[in-house]
Design a protein around this ligand. Structure first.
Ligand code: FBP
Length: 301
């Protein structure tokens, strides 16, 4: 496949406010070479307290804030309640990405939609360097979602706040076409984020599964790509939107490092790994963070 060069901040021609805030995330924190290592902790709302059972200390978010600071992360992503109640003593030290919408996992995801939970004004008040928005691509509620997203996108433009989209294929139509992580669905989600005006897009690793490939719409049914080439494909579809690859459920160290390597080789700007870091004891989480950062250091832009 053709080599994809990832978009660098300098080339993106962004308005000055967005550029200044992204500079903080990409060059003043984290590895500081234009890559991003982001720690999300929106799981309490999205998945419920069960995600914290394996490491009770992580119910925090003090645990994650300390990890973000001591591990030197590019930013932490969380909802407004956590930001207001716990960010105080980390203000300015750990860049904040304020999630602006969210939902619980309690009802079935047949009509997935995350209502707005905070505003761009909240983000500015809290000193955030970016906002996060979850968009359910392909959901029967996507009309409502895209409208809600568009209003937030306009405000972000007005106030110079970078907009990071969690671009998630969801719903029955997506399931019927091979599932939320299929190369077809993730590639589409990457393209949607670029078309709708995201500055960064968070994507899951796309997969080609032989047993499901008959369900994939053409030409994806014949697109037998390995993980790295599938990632290249979606980074290409994200165009001038920087790509962040998400972590998913906890895996072993070697697998995590391989996921990091494949993402960066494919042209991702960085990683947004949550459970894989904070479901480890603090010292182990720090150790794997340093390994990941050593690898990210090899991909300057
Ligand atoms: P993880 O690394 O723990 O997967 O976190 C990334 C993330 O995008 C979180 O921000 C979000 O809460 C979660 O994944 C959503 O996961 P799911 O795919 O189960 O909805």
């Amino acid at each position: 496949m053709t080599e994809i060069k990832r978009p660098s901040l300098g080339e993106l021609d962004l308005p000055i406010g967005k550029r200044a805030r992204l500079h903080s995330i990409l060059y003043e924190h984290g590895v500081g070479n234009g890559t991003a290592l982001i720690l999300p902790i929106d799981h309490g709302l999205e998945h419920g307290p069960r995600d914290f059972f394996s490491n009770p200390e992580s119910a925090g978010p003090e645990f994650q804030l300390r990890l973000a600071k001591e591990g030197g992360f590019s930013a932490i992503a969380l909802h407004v309640g956590l930001a207001e109640k716990y960010m105080g003593k980390y203000a300015g030290e750990v860049p904040l990405i304020l999630k602006l919408n969210g939902k619980t996992s309690i009802p079935p995801e047949t009509r997935a939609f995350s209502p707005q939970t905070a505003s761009v004004e909240d983000a500015l008040r809290l000193g955030a360097d970016a906002v996060g928005y979850t968009l359910f691509v392909g959901s029967p509620a996507q009309d409502q979602d895209i409208l809600q997203f568009s209003r937030i996108r306009e405000e972000c433009r007005r106030y110079g706040v970078p907009l990071i989209v969690w671009s998630y294929p969801r719903g029955e139509a997506i399931d019927a076409k091979g599932g939320r992580d299929s190369i077809y669905a993730v590639d589409y989600a990457a393209r949607v984020a670029n078309d709708l005006g995201a500055d960064m897009v968070k994507l899951n690793i796309p997969e080609y599964r032989e047993e499901k490939s008959k369900q994939y719409p053409e030409p994806y049914d014949k697109l037998r790509l390995d993980t790295e080439d599938a990632l290249r494909r979606v980074v290409a579809s994200a165009g001038r939107t920087m790509t962040l690859v998400s972590g998913g459920e906890k895996m072993g160290d070697a697998e995590l490092i391989e996921k990091t390597r494949a993402s960066m080789e494919a042209g991702a700007t960085g990683l947004i790994f949550g459970r894989n870091l904070w479901q480890r004891p603090f010292a182990e989480a720090l150790k794997i963070t340093w390994k990941m950062k050593k690898l990210l250091a090899e991909y300057p832009s």
